[in-house]
Ligand binder design. Sequence first.
Ligand code: LLP
Length: 384
Amino acid sequence: MFNPEQIEKFKRLKTPFYYYDISLLQKTIDELKKEADKRNYQIHYAVKANANEGILQIINDNGFGADCVSGNEVSKSIEVGFDSNKIVFAGVGKSDEEIKTGLQHEIFCFNVESIQEIEVINSIAGSMNKTAPIALRINPNINPKTHHYITTGLEENKFGINFDDFDQILGKISSYKNLVLTGLHFHIGSQVTDLEVYKSLCIRINELQKWFVDHNIEIKHLNAGGGLGVNYENPDENLIPDFKSFFRVFEQFLELQPDQILHFEIGRAVVAQCGSLISKVLFIKEGLNTNFAILDAGMTELLRPALYQAYHKIENLTSIGKEKRYDVVGPICESSDTFAKSYILPETKRGDLISLRSTGAYGEVMASHYNLRSAIQSYFSDQL
Ligand code: LLP
């Protein structure tokens, strides 16, 4: 994916670093916007996927809203210029301070996840003389067929409210003076590649909507969350995710009420493919059964492989030649600091540049300082 000119530029930079292809990001945003606008779907970019300020700016410039999961994400989004009226705030454990931040900025909606949270938001909103718009996050109990660590919509997960509690909740909400129920929220998981799963979600939402209609409760917006997956195995075959097919499932199977607006919170599909982690080979170590390519990037810069056994395509940017198998590992004192086992690369040597592809989502943002590692730089293609 990288041309010789780019690789020459990489050679002059201190590794490891994140590299973002801004033209690809813009094309991805254009496609998402085109398909969403056609259907009047409202997009909130899931800030958790990548909160790099430059990336946030580009996304805001294109008019999307923000999906936040902490008070700091709300503040950061406002700082970057996102319209507070397009900010949704989710999360199972919002602190009082974070709730106040959302109320101060008069955000579009709090996605609430428990009965107690509803009580607390009502009381804080009361003390601030505000009315909090809320969407109930419903646990639809749908299996997204993805890694169990990133499954969120099953009854066993900590997220959302179970439908059985609804009678009780609605009784309460009507007595709360500082809340207004505006929406229903769903999110079933991340890196979802089987679109049938979204069909099941639509059918489930239709059933639930019926209950609200029968109870004469107007729901102004539905939020179907995010989760659309990307092609990690062959990124160059699908640099831009198939937003069209994704939205068509909702268009076909979701029965919106008159004037009801459908919202989405998309993270990974917007930013994953535009990012690469560029690293250098420190050492080649011949093991008993395997060879290790030891990189200067590790789980502190890219946690996904250690945490979810996630696959990222690895490329040697500076050597070609006979192929060999390597365990590609980082320098951190943990055996789980392994990017890939028995991975085929051209014969690799100390000083080679290595790219870990599709790392624009949940890469830089999940970095840590473990082993007292320093934060790394990020570069944008249009500024290099
Ligand atoms: N909305 C809610 C309520 C979420 O929990 C998430 C992701 C999203 C939207 C955005 O989902 P996306 O479109 O990015 O799939 N660190 C993991 C992924 C965790 C996802 C958490 N929630 C990973 O590296 O795969």
